[in-house]
Design a protein around this ligand. Structure first.
Ligand SMILES: [Zn+2]
Ligand SMILES: [Zn+2]
Length: 302
């Protein structure tokens, strides 16, 4: 569609966007309205947690990845690299097949409206716009980058400088890119549902995220059963609803590979955890998750 006929508008507020910014989908004012997840956050699901130690000081997570489920103690804390990472009440005692989720934004009213437009009014432009905002948040947010920098596979950037191969050092696509050994895998939709909507929102958003963090995207998983949307179910029914519905895509070999599963929202984590299980069972070495947003859990929720 020609821009002069249908000039591009912000997918959040509808304001006309400057024609010299063809790549932009969300206006600068709206970008500021998204609420970024800041420390301290749960070391497992990535939800913000309020923690105060006895001295009244905030015991912030220092940006270390809990290596895997085995390292967790009964009290839901883990010590990695000298920093104790706390899990939120909802994650305590649960079995996870991914190391941790990195959530970019809080699921608030603005996010609810945009996700609704994207999913139920099939607005692909919204998915692209949200993916752009997501990518910017992940690549700019120091705390998130630090979280992943504990990746044991990452060489120090100094090594790169020493070898005079400094071409990548000025941006995120460098030796310090904590995600460089990973493959992004969007949580798949069932074929039938994807045909109805015309696109998988997680995939569209992930392609935008991938551009920012320079990580390849693979549709390594498929959804083999069409089940009711998780949002229509009580949290207690969600695990059962997704059990066994995901499978490795034909001809995909996951052995020894590291993945970042991606989705629009983390609520109970049932779907993404089931996806992580499939990848781990297929021989994946590491599985992290990234979600555009996360619901802030009430203490009564599990
Ligand atoms: Zn706007
Ligand atoms: Zn948690």
């Amino acid at each position: 569609m020609a821009d002069w006929l249908y000039p591009p508008r912000c997918v959040a507020c509808g304001v006309l966007l400057a024609l010299n910014e063809p790549a932009r989908y969300v206006c600068v004012d709206c970008v500021d309205l998204f609420e970024v997840v800041t420390t301290p956050f749960c070391g497992r699901c990535g939800a913000p947690v309020k923690t105060k130690d006895d001295a009244g000081e905030s015991t912030e997570a220092e940006g270390v990845i809990p290596p895997n489920a085995e390292g967790w103690t009964a009290t839901g804390t883990i010590t990695t690299g000298g920093a104790e990472i706390k899990s939120c009440a909802s994650c305590m005692g649960r079995i996870f097949f991914f190391e941790r989720n990195i959530a970019a934004f809080i699921y608030d009213d603005l996010m609810r409206e945009m996700l609704h437009d994207m999913k139920f009014r099939a607005k692909k432009r919204v998915a692209t716009g949200l993916g752009q905002v997501w990518g910017a948040a992940v690549s700019n947010n120091v705390s998130m980058a630090n979280v992943a920098a504990a990746n044991k596979n990452v060489a120090k950037c100094d090594d790169l400088t020493a070898s005079k191969n400094v071409a990548f050092c000025d941006n995120f696509i460098c030796h310090e890119n904590p995600f460089r050994d990973f493959i992004l895998v969007p949580v798949p939709m069932h074929k039938k549902k994807q045909r109805e909507r015309g696109f998988n929102q997680a995939e569209i958003m992930t392609l935008e995220l991938a551009k920012k963090i320079s990580v390849p995207v693979s549709n390594a998983l498929v959804r083999t059963f069409d089940t009711p949307p998780q949002s229509e179910l009580h949290p207690s029914q969600r695990v059962e609803n997704v059990t066994g519905v995901f499978a490795l895509a034909k001809n995909h070999d996951a052995r020894g590979k590291s993945y970042i599963l991606t989705d629009d929202i983390f609520t109970t984590g049932a779907s993404i955890n089931e996806c992580a299980k499939v990848l781990k069972n297929a021989g994946a070495e590491r599985v992290l998750c990234m979600t555009l947003c996360i619901t802030v859990k009430k203490s009564s929720e599990k």
